[in-house]
Design a protein around this ligand. Structure first.
Ligand code: SF4
Length: 360
């Protein structure tokens, strides 16, 4: 049965209009889902019973079953594996930041997936090693945020979304943009567009398309290398896309959206973390309103790659900063619960875990 959130608000309005329902009903339904956490139409008590029944015959608003959930960082990081049916599962991670003296976080970020698996095949990524299964629907993307927002209230409500889980968001363009619209519109979750960041391995056409959506979402582009040859070896599917083309696409995005772009750079020991490589990277991106997010490699079971020492990480960062490039090191979250994309799913598959909540 079709999930209601696979339709846009405008499509729900059209559908309900054909049923003879007034326009305002179309807004009441998603408000129950997003603002009250409803998972069945029967809960929508300000809707006539006949309409609730008809909606339930035509659509579902069910939430996915939780296959596994792990908590780390003294409760500040939670990773969930959600069952999408048909043997497909998807990961989502909640991260709480900057707690006040009562422990209430100032910022709650949810990292979400857009595909089951991924076709991009990055050498350093657990998801890339699993291969691609399928795109997620808008409802399946939104469900990951709803999983955490349903249990949140008041001071620990979700404030930020990063599209950095399994999959390449711009390879599931329609699903990604439809989900962003639900997450940001008032009848949906009502998040600030600026609180959302889309992370891409570097699909230039997708970046340009996103820049013309009239959205103000942040953009992160994965570089991972200062030269095209090394980048191709780390991201085999990057094909003919050059770093120059990506930097040009980033400039266009900044011009059109007025947002700073982040370049992600996974640091791999003695592969792309030499001081000379930092200087070369700085030369490629100098003068652009962007900053570099350095991500020390999060070890996966598969590839023969290592995490650099903290000394090498800091040395790389210093070289970038000395060259005038703003560079930060990503705060490690949940490494003990396998927070790198695809790792929880890999762990669960290896252990052949049946549906169960895994908590420490
Ligand atoms: S790093 Fe991202 S784009 Fe690359 S294989 Fe993993 S999920 Fe796909």
């Amino acid at each position: 049965m079709r999930h209601l959130l696979d339709l846009s608000l405008e499509e729900i309005e059209t559908e309900l209009a054909t049923w003879g329902e007034p326009r305002y009903r179309a807004k009441q339904v998603p408000e129950w889902v997003f603002h009250h956490g409803a998972t069945e139409f029967a809960a929508m008590t300000n809707l006539p019973p006949a309409l609730r029944s008809r909606l339930a015959e035509a659509f579902t608003i069910a939430a996915p079953t939780v296959l596994a959930e792990r908590v780390a960082d003294d409760g500040a990081t939670t990773k969930a594996l959600l069952d999408l049916g048909g043997g497909d599962a998807v990961e989502t991670v909640r991260m709480d930041y900057d707690p006040d003296e009562d422990g209430a976080p100032d910022r709650v970020t949810v990292c979400i997936s857009t595909q089951v698996g991924c076709a991009m095949g990055c050498r350093f990524c657990a998801t890339g090693l699993q291969g691609f299964t399928r795109n997620l629907t808008p409802a399946e993307i939104v469900a990951q945020v709803l999983h955490f927002s349903r249990s949140a209230s008041g001071t620990n409500r979700v404030t930020n979304i990063v599209f950095m889980g399994m999959g390449e968001p711009l390879a599931n363009y329609g699903g990604t943009v439809a989900a962003i619209r639900w997450l940001t519109r008032p009848e949906g979750l009502g998040l600030r567009q600026r609180g959302i960041t889309v992370s891409t391995v570097g699909l230039v056409r997708g970046i340009d398309r996103l820049s013309q959506e009239g959205l103000q979402v942040g953009l992160t582009i994965s570089l991972h290398a200062p030269d095209d040859e090394l980048r191709r070896s780390l991201i085999p599917t990057s094909g003919g896309t050059t770093i120059s083309q990506l930097v040009a696409a980033a400039r266009r995005y900044i011009e059109r959206c007025g947002r700073r772009v982040t370049f992600a750079y996974a640091l791999l020991d003695h592969v792309n973390d030499e001081p000379e490589q930092a200087r070369a990277l700085a030369r490629r991106i100098r003068g652009i309103q962007a900053h570099v997010n350095l991500i020390p490699y999060n070890p996966t079971a598969g590839p023969d790659l290592r995490r650099p020492s903290i000394g090498r990480v800091r040395a790389f960062q210093r070289e970038l900063q000395a060259a005038g490039v703003n560079a930060t090191v990503r705060i490690e979250r949940g490494i003990e619960i396998a927070a790198a994309c695809g790792q929880l799913r890999t762990d669960i598959q290896r252990a052949n875990v049946s549906p169960i909540a895994v908590r420490p």
